[in-house]
Design a protein around this ligand. Structure first.
Ligand SMILES: NC(=O)c1ccc[n+]([C@@H]2O[C@H](COP(=O)([O-])OP(=O)(O)OC[C@H]3O[C@@H](n4cnc5c(N)ncnc54)[C@H](OP(=O)(O)O)[C@@H]3O)[C@@H](O)[C@H]2O)c1
Length: 365
């Protein structure tokens, strides 16, 4: 796919939530002039977490971003993807991954300001996006290893990239590598109107699957249907197994980001030889699994993390290539993420935790 540098515009109709205010337009922060020569730290704004807890612990502060060392790039970030893992980290569920004080965020998109040696051809001025297993994306300028980044196609803007990259690559490995989803696969997708869920539904439908989705409201059911769900089950209380069996006889593959509250119902919704993919725990941490529960239906179980599926530059490029191609072909719709100013990260977290959001949430700087 053609890649290059392009000017960026926010599509008409996008609104941004600012701190303590309703939706309103946000001004662009100062632009950095691309250079290869700057060795100095430069000003950045970041959302610091000094204590695990609720959204109120997310504190916007002024900071600096150091010059890139060998193999590193420094990026003026324009759009930062919010993912549910940010909430687990904020709550302190994975303290080894985010020691305090720390900065959340696994992905962002923007423009390279300057580079160190050996950055795989990335240059100042390149528009890039990245996902990175070390948190730290909630900031306006970030220095990080170039191997996590890729150039953006000219027709993909930064907000689209931040809304799609981590979630779309997740959909790719779920459907292709773990679920091996194809014509006739009976696929059960939880949170089917959510960031990952809506992409999984659309892509799975294109691959010929019968897609059954669960959501918590009628409004979300409409979104899930638009995204390709054949059958939508509205089940805010996580009771869906009976309806799944009624719709399709049982699931061959389950994409489960719910965790604790859905364990028994997932086991009941599965058909023989079902593959249950537990990728998240929005309802609470998954309790230890009794393997004997799987043997009753010869089920298999996986507990994957996206970063292990993009561990090499080649794999990252291949998966991203499929994602941009799916977007260009209309298999995946251009996302319309809900935008929040960087300083309003706490509001964005409240929104994601409220179970009211659909699609992706993105911070803009
Ligand atoms: N392992 C990986 O590689 C990987 C990568 C990306 C995401 N994930 C996981 O995939 C899942 C979806 O992530 P996402 O970022 O796209 O989020 P999301 O689906 O946009 O939002 C989470 C959704 O979970 C549902 N939910 C059910 N119980 C909930 C509760 N008690 N509190 C909050 N939400 C609840 C809600 O949908 P309903 O109201 O419709 O039920 C909510 O909209 C998460 O579990 C995440 O950790 C895993």
């Amino acid at each position: 796919m053609d890649v290059g540098v392009a000017s960026r515009t926010r599509p008409t109709g996008y609104a941004v939530h600012s701190p303590g205010a309703g939706p309103e337009p946000v001004g662009r922060v100062r632009e950095a002039t691309p250079t290869t020569s700057s060795r100095a730290s430069i000003p950045s704004r970041e959302i610091r977490l000094s204590r695990y807890g609720g959204p109120e612990e997310l504190e916007p502060v002024d900071a600096t971003a150091r010059a890139p060392g060998p193999g590193e790039i420094r990026i003026r970030q324009r759009a930062i993807g919010i993912n549910f893992i940010d909430i687990y980290l904020r709550r302190g569920w994975m303290p080894g991954m985010l020691p305090l004080p720390g900065v959340l965020g696994m992905e962002a998109a923007g423009t390279v300001i300057d580079v160190g040696d050996n950055t795989g051809g990335l240059l100042p001025g390149d528009r890039v996006a990245y996902l990175c297993p070390e948190p730290g994306a909630y900031r306006s300028v970030r220095t990080l290893a170039a191997r996590h980044a890729l150039r953006l196609p000219h027709d993909v803007d930064e907000e689209t990239a931040a809304a799609l990259l981590l979630k779309g690559l997740t959909a790719d490995y779920l459907l292709r590598d773990l679920g091996r989803v194809g014509r006739g696969t009976r696929l059960l997708v939880h949170a089917a109107a959510g960031g990952v869920g809506s992409l999984v539904c659309a892509w799975a439908k294109h691959l010929g699957a019968t897609v059954v989705g669960t959501v918590s409201s009628e409004a979300k059911a409409r979104v899930a249907r638009e995204r390709g769900c054949d059958h939508v089950i509205v089940a805010r209380d996580y009771r869906f197994a009976e309806a799944v069996r009624a719709h399709c006889g049982g699931a061959d593959v389950i994409v489960d980001g719910l965790g604790a509250a859905a364990v028994a119902e997932n086991l009941a919704a599965a058909d023989r030889r079902c593959h249950w993919i537990s990728l998240g725990q929005a309802s609470g941490p998954l309790p230890p699994l009794d393997a004997d529960k799987l043997v009753m239906k010869s089920m298999t179980f996986s507990r994957p993390v996206v970063f292990d599926f993009v561990a090499t530059a080649t794999e990252l490029q291949e998966r991203a290539g499929r994602l941009w191609a799916a977007l260009a072909a209309g298999v995946l719709r251009p996302p319309t993420p809900e935008l929040f100013a960087l300083d309003a990260a706490g509001q964005a977290h409240q929104r994601l935790e409220s179970r009211e959001s659909t699609g992706a949430l993105v911070l803009v700087t």
